[in-house]
Design a protein around this ligand. Structure first.
Ligand SMILES: Cc1ncc(COP(=O)(O)O)c(C=O)c1O
Length: 389
């Protein structure tokens, strides 16, 4: 008999992500998929036309490792205009393969074996495995209620208590998936004060930077003079251009941090799809109104979805950003959220994401996340089914 080689898993606790699990279950059962966060509409026609143009005009070989200059220039221009931060096109911007690669490369570049990394729960599920692979330990600090009574504000006391001399990195994600929480200007000052005497760096996942509601601005860590010096910001064109399948993102960080980021990026992926970069560079420069109208576009979706759920037995939590609505189903059932999300996918025909999978404690109550980045007919059909509960 063949002898199978022994090996130890580097990620023994990691299974298939909940997004894949729920999307697969939705496909298998024919349920409406409001689980994984992707829009049901196409990227803008002109952007697609620009990418086709470059595909047909020779932009098909390796791009520079850091990204094509035209795209880095367009990103720098946008960053100056929106956040007031002047970043160096050559040394402070790196184009990467979606935010996922950016987050992974940043964590590998910064975290040494034995370091601690703080994440705020509910935390996006790619952070912790990347920390584990780097030999670090993840410390979870749950989001709480902020001073204005908003759900999922930063619990400053607990964050301060968790921070110690081994903390290498704090990972934040505002606008926040899955809760839609955002940061106030006072929050940024408070974070800067908390970190000022430490060596803790910050990784700021800002993939929903252009989807903030009710007239609030997006407050990037890039806009804060002190925080910026210790921060790597990760962004993605996937959410901004209804193009999650393109996997195109970028990292902005001060030159010294960008240099470390690039050392990993060049061996993780080296360079990113060339025609995509040219097409997005053209569109970013010529059509800034596209991302300017995104808050209004998604706010209408949010409001429509909430109106559709009016009179149901769900309690809707305020959705202040992103394209997710959290609902509390406590009045309907006390079954745990993972079991219920799967059961309702099969029996009601609507797939969602259970909130507890984003939390260390694995139980945050009776809450599910629905994605409302869908055409109205899909939202209406889903709401009609949810009203049966
Ligand atoms: C908070 C957050 N970070 C990162 C990502 C990954 O972005 P990308 O598809 O650009 O890799 C997502 C995608 O859903 C996300 O919600």
């Amino acid at each position: 008999m063949d002898k199978h080689p022994d090996f130890a898993s580097k990620l023994p606790d990691v299974g298939t992500t909940i997004f894949t699990v729920m999307s697969q279950l939705a496909a298998d059962t024919g349920a409406i998929n409001l689980s994984q966060g992707f829009p049901s509409f196409d990227p803008p026609a002109r952007l697609r036309e620009r990418i086709s143009y470059h595909l047909d005009h020779g932009a098909n070989q390796y791009a520079p490792m850091t990204g094509i200059p035209a795209l880095r220039e367009a990103i720098a221009e946008k960053t100056l205009r929106l956040q007031g931060r002047s970043v160096d096109v050559d040394t402070e911007i790196t184009v990467c393969t979606g935010a996922t690669e950016g987050l992974f490369s940043a964590i590998q570049a910064i975290v040494h074996a034995g370091d601690e990394v703080i994440v705020l729960d509910p935390a996006y599920d790619s952070y912790e495995p990347a920390v584990t692979l780097a030999g670090g330990t993840t410390r979870h600090v749950p989001l709480g209620i902020d001073r204005n009574g908003h759900d999922f504000g930063v619990d400053w006391q607990r964050l301060g208590d968790t921070l110690n001399s081994r903390t290498r990195l704090l990972i934040v994600n505002f606008p926040h998936n899955p809760t839609g929480a955002i940061l106030s200007a006072a929050d940024l000052d408070r974070l800067a004060d908390l970190l000022c005497d430490t060596n803790c760096l910050v990784l700021s996942d800002e993939v929903y930077e252009h989807i903030v509601f009710d007239g609030e601005p997006h407050r990037s860590l890039l806009g804060h003079d002190e925080l910026w010096q210790r921060t790597l910001v990760i962004a993605s064109f996937g959410k901004t251009y209804h193009a999650t399948g393109w996997k195109l993102g970028y990292c902005i960080a001060p030159a010294a941090l960008s240099a470390e980021f690039r050392k990993v990026h060049q061996f993780t992926t080296f360079a990113v799809s060339t025609p995509m970069q040219y097409g997005v560079a053209d569109f970013l420069t010529s059509d800034p109104d596209f991302y300017r109208q995104l808050p209004q576009f998604y706010q209408q979706k949010r409001d429509h979805f909430c109106r559709l759920l009016d009179g149901s037995r769900f309690r809707l939590l305020p959705a202040r950003s992103t394209f997710f609505q959290i609902v509390d189903y406590g009045e309907i059932s006390d079954t745990d959220d993972v079991t219920l999300a799967k059961q309702w996918t099969r029996e009601i025909g609507v797939a969602s994401i259970p909130l507890s999978v984003f939390c260390e404690s694995h139980f945050t109550g009776t809450r599910l996340r629905f994605c409302f980045a869908k055409d109205d007919a899909t939202l209406e059909a889903a709401a009609e089914r949810l009203h049966r509960l």
